[in-house]
Design a protein around this ligand. Structure first.
Ligand code: HEM
Length: 403
């Protein structure tokens, strides 16, 4: 019997876990609402995510039937061969060397944001810390003016909580440029300026924007519309996702004294906690694909034209891979086998950056606040962000006191 579960429904992420556990028990591929299939287990998710010949990214995270015009597609909405060429650039823009070079900036920015939290007093760590830190890092890497960071964060957040990720439209219009004219206009202006500088042979920084502007696919440069889509991709791809990771991890540390003690005691425990947080509270709950040729996953036939949801968050709790998968266990030996960054040709190119921002961000938090000097406001209950595919706290209200 197909379940009426619809992963594109607003609010479903908040209540997904019991249902996903049930679907996982029933089988590796579950029929769900609207003729879609949900891949529930770890091995099958990995296998299907590798298979780009059967499963296309063309409609990305869009709801069934919503098609994005080719030139407006972000990297996660491209298939080979375009995907292969564009991805190469994104990957070289986010190498371990680039991330390592950004570490002092990440550390200084984290400390400055935490210094602004009143002591004694109260604050919401989502607004004060987990949202602005990843955003300032992205703006820094793109080479945009630091003073524009808050405006960019506001646009990106509005986009993520709107219906746009599902429908490719808002009440303002269809497609990114019509749906978010201010955000698109800002990116266009930065892109235009950089194209001009490159064409005039001026000295330009070797940042990701320059690399995108110079990129040629089959001898042809990307169009301005493609440059707009990919720049937006870099802004929105790592922004709310990394905020959710920081928020989920800080929530775990603040709510569970044994976790706080462990990460305070040792840096390697903090690195393990980052992956265990990614596993049990995945910032991105699933990845969507369109089937383009008749095939099968674990014996379930999938027809061309059908929609398949790779349940990476569900796979992270697969009983065959993770004991007591719903529990946060800092000493779990295989936390890093989670699929929260995806798997295969589309695996997240920003994973190293996200892990680094989370590790440095939480280390700065622990350094700023001595044990016992900060706690969640009494009566706090976890409320999830409204985005349909994200897991993360909407608020983290805390009280601080002088040590
Ligand atoms: C905790 C933080 C993050 C999480 C959980 C996350 C998650 C993911 C996932 C699950 C995918 C694969 C989607 C699919 O297979 O359809 C992906 C792809 C992608 N991510 Fe991330 N991401 C994070 C941070 C970042 C950062 C920091 C950046 C860039 C600055 C970034 C940029 C991208 C891009 C461009 C893609 C598309 C890759 C492709 O299709 O080849 N992400 N991410």
């Amino acid at each position: 019997m197909p379940s009426d579960f619809n992963p594109f429904e607003p609010g479903q992420a908040q209540r997904a876990w019991p249902l996903l556990a049930k679907l996982r028990r029933e089988g590796p591929v579950a029929p769900i609402a609207g003729g879609m299939h949900y891949v529930t287990r770890h091995a099958e998710c990995r296998e299907a995510l590798r298979d780009t010949e059967s499963f296309s990214n063309a409609s990305g995270m869009k709801a069934p039937g919503v098609e994005v015009p080719f030139e407006d597609r972000i990297l996660g909405e491209l298939d080979p061969p375009q995907h292969t060429a564009v991805r190469r650039v994104m990957v070289t823009a986010l190498t371990p060397k680039v991330v390592h070079a950004a570490e002092p900036f990440i550390r200084d920015t984290a400390s400055a944001l935490l210094d602004a939290v009143p002591v004694p007093g109260s604050a919401d760590l989502v607004a004060a810390f987990t949202v602005p830190l990843p955003n300032r890092v992205t703006v820094h890497l793109l080479g945009f003016p630091a003073g524009d960071a808050d405006t960019i964060a506001g646009w990106a957040k509005e986009l993520m909580v709107s219906e746009f990720p599902r429908t490719n439209r808002t009440e303002r219009g269809e497609g990114f440029a019509a749906a978010f004219p201010d955000f698109a206009g800002y990116i266009d202006e930065r892109v235009e300026r950089r194209i001009g500088e490159v064409e005039r042979g001026e000295d330009v920084p070797d940042d990701v924007l320059t690399r995108l502007v110079k990129l040629e696919v089959d001898g042809v440069r990307l169009t301005r519309r493609q440059l707009r889509a990919l720049t937006r991709n870099l802004i929105t791809g790592g922004l709310t996702t990394t905020s959710q990771l920081l928020g989920n991890l800080l929530h775990e540390v603040l709510a569970t004294p044994v976790v706080e003690d462990a990460v305070r005691a040792d840096e390697t425990a903090l690195a393990r906690a980052v992956d265990e947080s990614l596993r049990v509270a995945p910032p991105v709950l699933f990845a969507a694909r369109g089937c383009v040729r008749d095939t099968a996953i674990a014996g379930t036939e999938i027809g061309a034209g059908e929609r398949v949801i790779m349940g990476t968050g569900s796979a992270n709790r697969d009983e065959q891979v993770f004991d007591a998968g719903g529990e946060f266990r800092i000493d779990r030996p295989n936390s890093d086998q989670h699929l929260s960054f995806g798997y295969g040709p589309h695996v997240c190119p920003g994973a190293g950056l996200a892990r680094t921002v989370a590790r440095i961000g939480v280390a700065a938090f622990l350094e700023r606040f001595a044990p016992g000097s900060v706690h969640l406001t009494a009566g706090y209950e976890f409320e999830n962000v409204p985005t349909f595919f994200e897991i993360g706290p909407q608020r983290l209200p805390v009280e601080t006191m002088a040590p």
